[in-house]
Design a protein around this ligand. Structure first.
Ligand code: ADP
Ligand code: MG
Length: 322
């Protein structure tokens, strides 16, 4: 069972999302969860359900991307026996299974247009018509949808219904990526290393300073899921030992400081490497280093960076470093 407390964070960005989710949980409004893969959309959907008055009723999670195209409508809305070849028995469908509870529609961007029209009808009228049936059936299910796609882009491409998008995102919630809350990386590393050391009954591996720095700087395209999987791997392979920079996967060490590729030459200053750089990362990293060197003294850190203390405070907030 998943609760809000399982969404670990110290980031004001994610804390704000969690707070609005806690408020919304008590109501029946539809929720639209957006965010990159691994940012905690599943965890959030389950937490909302378990904090809602529907907690004692079913939580039905459907991955729309995994439904076979020809069967989507019958899977979701059910069918009547004999409605089509192969329909040898009545089928109630996932929406009816969620009666009284919550229906979680993951990867909603993958839902075919015909099923989108039927879903909109359900959201507006509260009833469904199973395939081959002529009478509507009342169903009481709260809908939470999720996607990693940009649905307004899909709307522009006519692959997603605009009216359904508006109907679903009564309360939009955007799960921030781990890059946007890099201040959480250390805490999550410690948490998952401990968790897997316990689960596998192995002594903790110890991250060297260089390894930890590289992990803080990594872009984490797979977000918390990627970090969690890495922690399990480190526990299994390096239990009781020290993890050095070279022990980390290449995609992580590539962005490590000495591999950044920024070279300095007299006269031209820094030159932009062929493959480009991550300016936001560079900026936040310089700020972090200045704070380290000034032992947290913000005025001194600002001087090291050649900016005012106010500008530094603003950036600290922007990069979630406070
Ligand atoms: N803030 C968080 N704190 C702790 N664990 C998290 C957090 N966000 C995600 N996770 C974990 O990371 C993994 C991926 O989360 P999930 O909810 O499946 O992401 P998504 O559905 O967005 O791809 C899961 O194991 C989940 O428990
Ligand atoms: Mg998911």
């Amino acid at each position: 069972m998943h609760h809000f407390s399982q969404l670990m964070t110290q980031s004001p960005l994610l804390e704000t999302v969690i707070r609005s989710a806690q408020i919304v949980a008590r109501t029946d409004v539809s929720v639209m969860l957006t965010g990159e893969t691994g940012t905690g959309k599943d965890l959030m959907a389950q937490a909302i359900h378990h904090a809602s008055p529907r907690a004692q009723h079913p939580f039905i999670a459907i991955n729309c991307a995994a439904l076979p195209e020809t069967l989507v409508e019958s899977e979701l809305f059910g069918h009547k026996r004999g409605a089509f070849t192969g329909a040898i028995e009545d089928r109630q469908g996932h929406i009816r299974s969620a009666h009284g509870g919550t229906l979680f529609l993951d990867e909603i961007g993958e839902l075919p247009l015909a099923a989108q029209a039927k879903l909109l009808r359900f959201l507006e009228s509260g009833d469904i018509i199973p395939v081959g049936e002529s009478h509507p059936i009342k169903v009481d299910a709260r809908v939470i949808a999720a996607t990693h796609q940009d649905l307004s882009q899909l709307v522009r491409e006519s692959r997603f219904r605009e009216d359904l998008l508006y109907r679903l995102q009564v309360v939009p919630m955007d799960m921030p990526s781990l890059r946007e809350r890099s201040g959480d990386i250390d805490m999550l590393l410690n948490h998952f290393l401990l968790h897997f050391a316990g689960e596998h009954q192995l002594p903790l591996p110890k991250l060297s300073q260089e390894a930890r720095t590289a992990l803080r700087r990594h872009g984490w395209p797979g977000n918390v899921r990627e970090l969690r999987n890495l922690c399990e791997r480190l526990v299994v392979l390096f239990h009781g030992r020290s993890v050095e920079l070279g022990n980390l996967p290449a995609e992580i060490t590539r962005s490590a400081p000495n591999a950044l590729g920024l070279s300095f030459n007299q006269g031209r200053g820094f030159s932009l490497p062929e493959e480009g750089i991550d300016l936001e990362w560079l900026e936040s990293d310089m700020i972090r280093q200045a704070l380290e060197r000034s032992r947290g003294n913000k005025s001194r850190a600002a001087r090291l960076l050649g900016i005012t203390r106010d500008t530094l405070l603003y950036r600290l907030k922007k990069f979630d470093l406070v």
